[in-house]
Design a protein around this ligand. Sequence first.
Ligand SMILES: *[C@@H]1O[C@H](CO)[C@@H](O)[C@H](O)[C@H]1NC(C)=O
Ligand SMILES: *[C@@H]1O[C@H](CO)[C@@H](O)[C@H](O)[C@H]1NC(C)=O
Ligand SMILES: *[C@@H]1O[C@H](CO)[C@@H](O)[C@H](O)[C@H]1NC(C)=O
Ligand SMILES: *[C@@H]1O[C@H](CO)[C@@H](O)[C@H](O)[C@H]1NC(C)=O
Ligand SMILES: *[C@@H]1O[C@H](CO)[C@@H](O)[C@H](O)[C@H]1NC(C)=O
Ligand SMILES: *[C@@H]1O[C@H](CO)[C@@H](O)[C@H](O)[C@H]1NC(C)=O
Ligand SMILES: *[C@@H]1O[C@H](CO)[C@@H](O)[C@H](O)[C@H]1NC(C)=O
Length: 893
Amino acid sequence: MISCVLFVIFSFINTLYAQQSLSLNGKWELRDSKSTYKNLIGNVPGGIYSDLMSNKVLGDIFSGYMDDTTKWVPRQEWIYTKNFTVTEELLNFENINLMFDGLDTFADVYLNGERIGQSRNMFVQYTFDIAHKLKVGENILKVHFKSPVKVSEDLAEKQSQSYVIPPVCPPNEYHGECSVNMIRKMQASYAWDWGPSFPSVGIWKAVYIEAFNCSVIRHVVKDVVEDDKNDVWILNVDVYLAPSKTTIASGKIEFSIKLNNEAITKVVDVPENSIVVSAVIEVPKGSVHHWWPNGYGAHDLYLLKVRYSAENEREVSIKEVRVGFRIVELVQDPVGNGYSFYFKVNDVPIFMKGSNEIPVDILPERGQDKKKIRTLLETARDTHMNMLRVWGGGVYESDYFYDLADEMGILIWQDFMFACALYPSNNDFLENVLDEVDYQVKRLSGYTSIALFAGNNENEGALRDDWYHVRQNFTVFKNDYVKLYVDTIKNRFEEITHKRRIFVASSPSNGKKTEQEGYVSNNPYDQQYGDVHYYNYVLNPLNANILPIPRFASEYGLQSLPALETWLTATSNYSDLFINSEFVTHRQHHPLGNGEILAMINREFHLPHATDQRYVESVIYFSQLIQALATKVQTEYYRLHRSVIHQDGRGNTMGALYWQLNDVWVAPTWSGIDFTGKWKILQYNAQGFFAPLIITGFINIQNQLQVYVVSDLLVNTFSLTASIKVFNWSDLTPAVERNVSVNMDAGSSKLIMSAGIHDLLGNAKCGSGTTATQNCFFHLSLYKSGAQVAPDNSVIPTNIRNCNLQNPNLKINSVKKINVNGTFSIELTTDNVALFVWLDSGKILGRFSENGFLQVVKKFTLFFYSQIETSQDELSKELTITSVVHYSQLFNH
Ligand SMILES: *[C@@H]1O[C@H](CO)[C@@H](O)[C@H](O)[C@H]1NC(C)=O
Ligand SMILES: *[C@@H]1O[C@H](CO)[C@@H](O)[C@H](O)[C@H]1NC(C)=O
Ligand SMILES: *[C@@H]1O[C@H](CO)[C@@H](O)[C@H](O)[C@H]1NC(C)=O
Ligand SMILES: *[C@@H]1O[C@H](CO)[C@@H](O)[C@H](O)[C@H]1NC(C)=O
Ligand SMILES: *[C@@H]1O[C@H](CO)[C@@H](O)[C@H](O)[C@H]1NC(C)=O
Ligand SMILES: *[C@@H]1O[C@H](CO)[C@@H](O)[C@H](O)[C@H]1NC(C)=O
Ligand SMILES: *[C@@H]1O[C@H](CO)[C@@H](O)[C@H](O)[C@H]1NC(C)=O
């Protein structure tokens, strides 16, 4: 019998450290294998680009052409070394493990000169047994990283001896590296259409030694289900214990969960040599509150403490996790000519509003930054989002990310990290993937916020639509596909989660229909099944009639340019900022992207000539405006189809996640938030188009204005007044006002008015025919008991460039500090309709309560929330106000 006293206890939430910690984080010695660069300080956790910047070997890699000029970095082999001392006490333990929570990616690990292990997957936690390799006193740990770029090339070369698995290289525009599909690493680190190539290398998560005689708790995997008959929640918990070299001694695990007014405790015996210990805990429904997504109620979480003890309390290991009581279902019932595809949370059908999250940072170590993560999730919360998709070309995000999602009620659509490629299915690769699935599913599936896991991003579509020209060998690649996503990932996922969590093989896919069709469906983009990704760079993006009507829109979006201030963090040369400059072209990875941006702008606006000093800023403003307006049109079109089903069977749309939330560098991209955290017009508009109650409209192909009200509220709403106004562009008094009274069922959309546009526009102030569509526009508001209950909205009946816009006398009338926290009120005045008013706070970081809006009132007050210490005077000096006419060729400013 061994005597079990735990030395170090680690846990994944509310980490509880014992008396002595054997963390090996901190300063390491860094050099390359040829010692061209040596005696550098390496930070752990960290990564090579961060280290080379902090050692001043590299300047700011986010500026200029550094993605190109640093291409030598991932071609070297980098060696991180640490000396550390160990006491005799530690060596007394039976089990001594060296733990790496993340190695990026191909490392040989040496302890005192002896190779003790290797890594090949940045998404796996590595455990190396070092019990008989440590010595009392000084020890040397060395982590020798191979070049990921060379390893992937070698693997591709080897693979090609049987057959080539495309894509081999990304498009030239990416300035990227090749064959990232051969390796298990953040796929976007070799470049993407929105991001640079920085193939990271390093110890990107914690490293530590753990020592014990019996065992420690590795994972607590849990989920909740309802037992309505007995009015209880069933909390299922699987506790995974670390294997021990000798026997895992018998002992017990005590589960205790704190409820609203009481605590429940349950003790389960651990028989000798158990690796998984399960418990079923019944929680009376009345003792807890439900966990609800953002916008639907509170997000209560309850602390579950899991305490393993063996050998009469001589060894104790504790982990604490939080439990949210909620049921998430994916409903796929017959509707139209297909199946529905929507989420029900706690029995309530919920329209998913949100965005796609790309990695928090292109350098994985910087993606752990808590401030950055918090800002992203708060932005999602503050713009009425209830779901984010963690996209499959990035990383499984940090625990902190999912902790905050749990706390803020942001549901997560979690992809497995496979994107836009075909992948190998040889045994080596599948074993590697299995380790990843095993670790990540155990780490993540317990998070309350994670609603669904998806096998990959767009790979089913890529195969079916033959993106990589492999049609002749379709069967080969289809078999690979099924082996990887179904036989390997799905099977392991279901084993760990006992089939109690939701899995789809791909996004987009046809959900249940895809399964019925053998996992590569005939048309993965079918609008009557599953989810759809949709991009259009050719047709007018403000015309709703061209849009798909899917069950669930999980990707759609348009590009825009980041703010001037943001560009100036990447270059100090103003000439670089012209859209067709070599610099912007270098950073535009989407083939033909800049031309598409200009075409979209020119369809709606009069850009000043390139020699006009407003040109650079005009392109920025107009690109952001088109992106925002098009995303708004599209999102609202999806939302208004919540309760609408057309004769062809399309409709019942229940999700709108636009592409993309964030940025990883300064470039033309699809993001709503730029690289410095500044909100583009899109992000401000999201506050409106994702509001719980909206009034929206579009002009259909019969030239009728269709006005809808959409309610995501949990209760029916009676006696609303929808006000449909017609304004002349040169008059703040409406030409026409029509009121419609509306009652809305909880969670529904409804057509409340349909009228020929010329019937509405035909009046003295607008004139008639085409002239009327140029003189006037529609303005929509929603009231209850005289108070506004939805954001104002507008429908412009022709291209904006054809509108008879007037040049308003638009001014900032006053700026007042209203409290100590840096909130300022700003009063705007105008003497005429002001189209898409845009305020900029220049160097003063902060956010406005509203921005990028249509002003039809003489005086309007909004707020600025400063993120830095500033005064009324400073803010007044920095503030600028502009609108469409300020940037138009037709008006001089
Ligand atoms: C662990 O077990 C060994 C015997 O294998 C024993 O010598 C040692 O004291 C134990 N460690 C502790 C801290 O109890
Ligand atoms: C680590 O130990 C080795 C061998 O004793 C020694 O050569 C080296 O200088 C030490 N490194 C540091 C940073 O102390
Ligand atoms: C694919 O098809 C081509 C032409 O028939 C053949 O030469 C090649 O070997 C095939 N590759 C695979 C993976 O089967
Ligand atoms: C600034 O950029 C322009 C165009 O990109 C280039 O022609 C010029 O040489 C640059 N000037 C400096 C000082 O780098
Ligand atoms: C409506 O707009 C047109 C064009 O701007 C203008 O000429 C006309 O006077 C306006 N009519 C009224 C009544 O404001
Ligand atoms: C329409 O309703 C709004 C809000 O209740 C009210 O202020 C306005 O006077 C009404 N207009 C007409 C024309 O009835
Ligand atoms: C300032 O912010 C703190 C914390 O958010 C809040 O408690 C306090 O009420 C705020 N003060 C004012 C004057 O708004």
